[in-house]
Design a protein around this ligand. Structure first.
Ligand code: TEU
Ligand code: CA
Length: 462
């Protein structure tokens, strides 16, 4: 089958399954819930859906910690439910892209469990395991990870450490291992053969690590990042994935490539290089922080925002293709961030103005669930209203180090990822039409002001 450019004519809708629609009243969104909203998606006019991870997982990072790539997380449903959804989406003219989380697995993945419990395990080489310095007293390097703190965790009862760029429940896979890569290719084909239309590849630009393991220069966040952001073999791995997994399917491959620049973006997306179709880069959403770290809050400046967007519009004009987005499950809601929610009237103008602006750029637009309703941020300063592993780590660090507290304390809740993860507001009932029971995360208290039916009515009367 030929690899075509259908993504260039697509509008892609991101579903965060946990928060979209709960069909069976357990407070957690699920696949049958998604199926029940296919007509809504069709009405909205999108022709592709990107599903955040639905694989089996202990949910330490809401599915970005996969323990079984070949099964569905039971509270979301079964493989039959997934196939039913895929068929019904296709029948409605909507393609389906899955999340592909292969920088790391869950620490509950059988490969990892075997790797750390058995020194002769064939799976030891699937992960990045090294002796600690000073007989295990110190980790192999001084690197620090995306959620703060050391990237190394000591393996209980040994002098060895494993690498994790995210939480300690998410050990990094070793892409320098060929048997490991072969397993990933096999898994990708399993889903493509089932009829899945592509992947959004989670943090794919950090899969190659400089395995000389040198210490990084002093830095507040992500110390040693040169060793793993767009590491030494990154483009080789992208081309290998294309050649062995994607080439023979008419699929779309999007890479999440945090902390890249325009020249990296060109390398990833130049059509003739055969790596990725599009990337998600965050320079524009990082307008209101320092160094690409969302917790280092900085005042939003429209001029900087426009410059950063323009940079990629011009930078990829002759090669490649842009993804257009201003929200996702890691980015708080856009209307109060880049516009204003000061009054219902301004909120309405702001959300429509933002939509118009980014839809008119060159690239493929993405809508994050609830964005079409102008859903807003939580606004609570109570830790009990939040659950995200990233925020919990930041909160812990701020409690321990007064300097970090001074840097991030004031805006910690406002910038946190749960702002984008509150249940979808289908109507103004108690649980917003998301569920009949209390949802896993509190419904946004502004629920009376936002709801899908009212917005659709608005739309019909235009
Ligand atoms: O996120 C990558 C990630 O590091 C983001 O938090 C990024 O740093 C930030 O949004 C840029 O401003 C991906 C997933 O989207 C996220 O949900 C996971 O927690 C993470 O990978 C680990 O799998
Ligand atoms: Ca459910």
């Amino acid at each position: 089958m030929r690899h075509t450019h259908w993504y260039r004519d697509s509008v892609i809708y991101q579903i965060y399954p946990r928060s979209f629609c709960d069909s069976n009243g357990d407070g957690i969104g699920d696949i049958q819930g998604i199926i029940s909203k296919i007509d809504y998606l069709k009405d909205l006019g999108v022709n592709c859906v990107w599903l955040s991870p639905v694989y089996d997982s202990p949910q330490k990072d809401n599915g970005y910690d996969v323990s079984d790539y070949y099964n569905i997380y039971p509270p979301f449903g079964t493989m039959e439910d997934f196939k039913e959804m895929l068929d019904k989406m296709h029948a409605a003219g909507i393609r389906v892209i899955m999340d592909l989380v292969v920088n790391h697995t869950s620490s509950e993945h059988p490969w990892f469990k075997d790797a750390i419990s058995n020194p002769d395990s064939p799976y030891r080489d699937f992960y990045i395991i090294r002796h600690g310095r000073r007989e295990g007293l110190l980790p192999p390097t001084n690197w620090t990870g995306f959620f703060g703190g050391s990237t190394w965790e000591r393996i209980h009862g040994t002098n060895d450490y494993y690498l994790h760029l995210f939480s300690k429940d998410q050990p990094d896979l070793n892409w320098d291992s060929k048997p490991m890569r072969t397993q990933i290719v096999k898994m990708i084909k399993f889903w493509l053969d089932m009829g899945v239309d592509g992947f959004r590849c989670d943090v794919i630009n950090v899969i190659s690590k400089n395995q000389k393991f040198r210490n990084g220069a002093p830095a507040l966040f992500l110390r040693g990042r040169k060793n793993f952001i767009n590491g030494p073999r990154i483009h080789e791995y992208m081309r290998r994935l294309y050649k062995y997994a994607f080439r023979n399917y008419d699929c779309t491959i999007i890479g999440e490539t945090a902390l890249s620049n325009v020249s990296d973006a060109r390398l990833f997306t130049t059509t003739r290089r055969k790596e990725l179709n599009m990337i998600f880069n965050f320079e524009h959403t990082d307008t209101d922080n320092y160094f690409g770290v969302k917790y280092l809050y900085r005042k939003f400046k429209l001029k900087r925002f426009k410059e950063r967007i323009a940079k990629y519009q011009y930078g990829l004009a002759d090669v490649g293709w842009n993804s257009l987005f201003i929200e996702n499950h890691d980015q708080r809601r856009s209307v109060g961030r880049f516009g204003t929610t000061d009054s219902p009237e301004y909120k309405n103008y702001s959300s429509k103005m933002l939509a118009l602006c980014y839809f008119m750029l060159r690239g493929t637009p993405f809508i994050y669930q609830g964005q079409e309703l102008g859903m807003t941020n939580i606004g609570s300063k109570d830790l009990n209203d939040y659950q995200d592993v990233e925020l919990m780590r930041m909160h812990k660090m701020a409690k321990k180090h007064p300097f970090i507290k001074m840097l991030i304390g004031k805006h910690m809740y406002d910038v946190s990822r749960d702002n984008a993860r509150t249940p979808m507001q289908w109507d103004s009932s108690e649980y917003a039409g998301f569920s009949t029971a209390e949802p896993w995360l509190k419904v946004n208290p502004d629920k009376d002001k936002v709801n899908a039916k009212a917005e659709m009515r608005d739309h019909d009367s235009l």
